[in-house]
Design a protein around this ligand. Structure first.
Ligand code: 0GY
Length: 289
């Protein structure tokens, strides 16, 4: 593990907010254990091991029913830790993989059989080397026959350049962490308006209202992020997902308490109907149709 890497919270609080039955954590990871599933040589960080057993323990402790496990960049396109976790989850987990365009149909079928339902395209420069867009287009073509979707991770200033590319993708698209707005700029800033317009204009685009702990500039409490997530939940109620982002790789400011992250939910989805859509109905439609 990197010397400045912050491991996940050892003993999160029990949330005050009781999650609705069947809640899906639609963004979390498994890392390692490195002795069994080594990290990728080209990785940009080396995390603390965060094995499937710990993820499933947290799921049960918080009152979550299902997980969507997203391949982390520290494992590159080696999806073995993800596949191992999906295989151990008794159909209660789905996966988002990272693949190369030359992956065989048989390998894609094997990923599908174990519960993978999408691939992730990552444009965050501190996490990955640049991948040409035509490579991503090729991958999109390769997965289309499986009915998978594409998860994209980028930061707000990059959206303008990425918009034409996103519009070109033929599948459902899920954007990580609200496209990472700079919350110090407020919800009226052109960057966030661009994001809202993107979702309004493209009914195939979904969004995760996750990661207040990454987006906040004020720190735990995360109130400065709520206007952004509340706006998206209210306007795009049937296209939003929520996730813990456990084990929170690359957090520098603080180690988030996963119970406190659950307690954010009623602040951004204040009614039972909004909570049911965000936590159960939307992810079930996408991952367990
Ligand atoms: C996240 C966020 C981060 C890392 C990754 O795959 C990853 O390495 O996604 C980050 O550093 O912002 O969603 O886990």
């Amino acid at each position: 593990m990197d010397p400045d890497y912050l491991p996940f919270h050892p003993n999160p609080k029990k949330p005050d907010f009781v999650l609705p039955a069947g809640t899906v954590d639609a963004h979390c990871h498994v890392f390692g254990p490195a002795a069994k599933f080594p990290y990728a040589p080209q990785r940009k960080y080396t995390p603390c091991d965060a094995p499937k057993e710990k993820l499933f323990e947290l799921r049960d402790y918080l009152g979550i029913a299902r997980n969507v496990i997203v391949q982390g960049t520290c494992h590159g396109a080696d999806n073995r830790a993800l596949v191992d976790a999906l295989g151990a989850a008794n159909d209660m987990a789905r996966g988002i993989a990272s693949v190369r365009p030359d992956i065989s149909d048989a390998e894609l079928d094997a990923l599908n059989a174990v519960g993978v339902r999408g691939v992730r395209f990552n444009f965050v420069k501190r996490l990955v080397d640049d991948t040409p867009k035509d490579v991503y287009i090729k991958i999109a073509e390769r997965i289309s026959r499986l009915g998978w979707h594409i998860v994209v991770y980028f930061e707000a200033p990059d959206l303008q350049e990425l918009t034409a590319f996103l519009r070109q993708l033929p599948t459902t698209i899920v954007i990580d962490h609200m496209g990472r707005p700079d919350v110090s700029k407020g919800i009226d800033h052109p960057d966030f308006e661009r994001f809202i317009r993107l979702m309004a204009d493209n009914p195939n685009i979904w969004c995760k209202v996750s990661c207040p702990e990454r987006l906040t500039v004020k720190g735990p409490g995360y109130e400065d992020v709520f206007p952004f997530s509340s706006r998206i939940v209210a306007q795009f109620t049937d296209r939003v997902l929520w996730g813990t982002d456990w084990p929170h790789p690359n957090m520098k400011s603080h180690v988030p308490d996963d119970g406190a992250l659950v307690d954010v939910i009623p602040k951004i989805a204040p009614t039972a109907a909004l909570q049911q859509a965000l936590l159960v109905d939307n992810p079930m439609r996408l991952y367990w149709p």
